[in-house]
Design a protein around this ligand. Structure first.
Ligand code: HEC
Length: 399
């Protein structure tokens, strides 16, 4: 009951915020720029605390300590209202782009399997065939950030408006929609299935939402801004460069791009495989921007005023452009375990340093963004870790 009251209060607050921010005064602020374009929601300007207060943070599943990549909390002011997709981009919407342009967004995708060798790059997989059945109204997956940017450029040309992939700050502001805790629906785990596509494999399941895998967009209740699926179902690209925490992050809502064309970008929202404690809009991870995954999608943003966000053009790439040498045991190990994310050899360029011991430790124990660079100890032998470390050190792109 208390929970229901809270959500009612949240909804009431949403209408207030939206009406207050928009002259038209209508409560539903969603709109479409063309038939088949993503439905958009106006997000008012405002300030919020980005990051999570220590008491609201979930434990890192590896270290047991509060997630370290959600600190420090810092105030961010979004000075300009903007629009954000009400849902993630669907397969039907992405297909219209491919049909219109002939853009090649097929570069293989990760095949998820059971067992320790869970990840494998399958060059045959792509957004149309991610390795499992998907309906046209499900979020498009197996798209890299480059593909997502290409889609926004096409939308901009088609509609005359400035579409782009949101900054991480815009994304978090919109996902929080005025709330502060870990869940926009409150703290009662049994409520989670109303608002998010929850992984109910856990024993006992917190609740059952009817979708063991990816659900079509919009099946769950929206947050106070009217956005659906901001938690779970699939991860979503943002444009910020990969950083292990928020130290030094901009406070004006812009994307944190502090190196030219940075290779690792932040992803948000979490996927349906996440355990309940990580089924929250707070989770952050990183991915090489050229990588694809069967649980990674995107939603688009659009400028409402004069503000323009110009994003670098994304070249279409063929899988062959990313060929790794596989004529050795190490190369084959790399292909199976590493290429799914590091499809592009240039994504190995010294974020953690270039010392052999550092690289080996990273491969063995994982990166400091949980679910970013996974730990391989226990999945492959120590000897295999040595082989792969040497292989990484030998790559031409490594200098
Ligand atoms: C699930 C995706 C994924 C897989 C699989 C993966 N990585 Fe990574 N890797 C990342 C991400 C994301 C980063 C960026 C650092 C971070 O955020 O932790 C990274 C970073 C790295 C780095 C550091 C890059 C630099 O410039 O310092 C190296 C080296 C690396 N990975 C090697 C490997 C090797 C070797 C394998 C296979 C044994 C592998 N990775 C498998 C996602 C992955």
């Amino acid at each position: 009951m208390q929970q229901q009251l809270n959500s009612l209060r949240m909804l009431a607050m949403a209408s207030f915020l939206l009406v207050g921010a928009c002259s038209s005064g209508s409560v539903d602020k969603s709109f479409n720029d063309c038939p088949g374009c993503p439905e958009m929601v106006s997000i008012p300007a405002g300030s919020f605390m980005m990051g999570t207060a220590i008491e609201d943070r979930a434990p890192d599943p590896v270290s047991g300590r509060p997630n370290a990549n959600e600190e420090p909390q810092h105030e961010v002011t979004i000075a300009q209202p903007f629009a954000l997709g009400k849902y993630e981009v669907t397969i039907a919407q992405f297909a219209a782009f491919i049909e219109d342009t002939g853009y090649n967004a097929s570069q293989g995708c990760i095949l998820l399997r059971d067992g320790p060798r869970r990840l494998r790059l399958d060059p045959e997989l792509d957004w149309r065939n991610p390795g499992f059945e998907q309906a046209d109204d499900e979020p498009v997956v197996c798209v890299s950030l480059d593909h997502a940017i290409a889609y926004t450029q096409w939308l901009s040309e088609k509609t005359g408006y400035n579409y782009y992939i949101p900054s991480e700050a815009q994304w978090e502001y919109a996902a929080k929609a005025g709330t502060t805790g870990r869940h926009f629906w409150g703290d009662d785990p049994s409520q989670a299935c109303k608002y998010a596509n929850v992984n109910f494999d856990e024993d006992p399941p917190p609740c059952e939402d009817g979708y063991p895998n990816i659900a079509p967009v919009g099946q769950f209740q929206p947050n106070a801004f009217g956005l659906h699926d901001t938690v779970s179902n699939v991860w979503e690209w943002t444009t910020d460069c990969g950083h292990k925490n928020y130290a030094g992050a901009p406070t004006d809502g812009s994307a944190w791009i502090d190196e030219e064309n940075c290779l690792f970008r932040m992803i948000r929202s979490g996927g349906v495989q996440n355990i309940l404690s990580r089924t929250t809009h707070m989770v952050r991870a990183g991915r090489p921007k050229t990588g694809t995954a069967p649980n990674l999608s995107f939603r688009v943003a659009r400028s409402l005023g004069d503000a323009q966000v110009i994003m670098a053009a994304a070249p279409a790439v063929a899988p062959a452009d990313y060929a790794w040498p596989v004529d050795s045991e190490a190369g084959q190990l790399f292909e199976v375990h590493c290429a799914p994310c590091h499809i592009d050899p240039s994504s190995l360029k010294g974020v953690y340093g270039t010392e052999r011991a550092t690289i080996r430790r990273l491969i063995r124990d994982g990166g400091n963004n949980i679910m970013s660079m996974p730990a391989f100890s226990g999945r492959i032998s120590e000897a295999e870790i040595d082989l792969i470390t040497d292989y990484v050190m030998q790559q031409k792109a490594w200098n």
